[in-house]
Design a binder for this molecule. Structure first.
Ligand SMILES: [Zn+2]
Length: 80
């Protein structure tokens, strides 16, 4: 099973559909057992969706969200 750190390192590729079939399985498996990474992926997805829907979104909001994600990511890596 992936560590949280390995999982986080793959998350943007996962969301972009860039992983191999095998890696995607590994990520899904990790997400099944790790609520922290599940939450992280959900927030990443939200951020991506937000940026896609609102390319003109106020930079301030996107920054705040990205900052929160970065903090979350640090926490996950520390915990894992
Ligand atoms: Zn995890």
């Amino acid at each position: 099973m992936l560590t949280c750190k390995e999982q986080v390192a793959r998350s943007s590729d996962y969301l972009d559909g860039q992983l191999t079939f095998r890696e995607r399985l590994l990520v899904r498996h990790h997400l099944m057992f790790c609520p922290n990474c599940r939450r992280f992926i959900r927030q990443m997805r939200l951020l991506q969706a937000t940026l896609k829907i609102m390319p003109q979104a106020p930079v301030k909001d996107a920054d705040a969200l990205a900052e929160r994600l970065a903090a979350e990511r640090r926490q996950i890596i520390k915990g894992g």
